[in-house]
Write a protein that binds this ligand. Structure first.
Ligand code: CMP
Length: 132
């Protein structure tokens, strides 16, 4: 059994896409085991995305992620990290496969609807970051 962190980003929350996104996770066989709606502080968003600190999009990403409430979710299941990554699709919606969350709901590579941990190791760090 594996757990992974998902974030439904501010653009998806404001456009009422939460229900459809959660349904897509559930239909892929993932079990929702924890969730919290929250407006992230600059420190939280910056700390969460610390690995991207030197990237040119970092400031803009923090601004976007603090622009409104997000839904933090913990998914559980066999191979949950990879399963959620498959449901989300590629980071860049232009490259995301048809039928994936990002293909359906992303507005841009930054406002790409959802986040998901990229490995079991980061899933552990990211889950603990928000759900101590
Ligand atoms: P996420 O999966 O949450 O991980 C890092 C985030 O940075 C990513 O989704 C996007 O929201 C954002 N991001 C990644 N690459 C770019 C880029 N080239 N330009 C703007 N934002 C990006």
């Amino acid at each position: 059994m594996e757990r992974t962190l998902g974030i439904i980003k501010p653009n998806s929350v404001s456009k009422n896409h939460i229900g459809r996104i959660l349904t897509m996770g559930e239909e892929a066989g993932l079990k929702l085991v924890n969730m919290q709606m929250k407006t992230l502080s600059q420190a939280e968003a910056g700390g969460f995305y610390a690995e991207h600190k030197e990237r040119p999009f970092f400031q803009s990403l923090v601004k976007f992620m603090t622009s409104g409430p997000v839904l933090l979710v913990v998914w559980e299941g066999n191979g949950a990290v990879e399963k959620w990554r498959q449901v989300m699709g590629a980071t860049d919606p232009a490259k995301a496969a048809p039928g994936t969350i990002r293909k359906l709901f992303a507005d841009s590579i930054e406002a790409n609807s959802v986040h998901g941990s990229d490995s079991v190791t980061s899933a552990q760090r990211e889950t603990a970051f928000f759900f101590a």
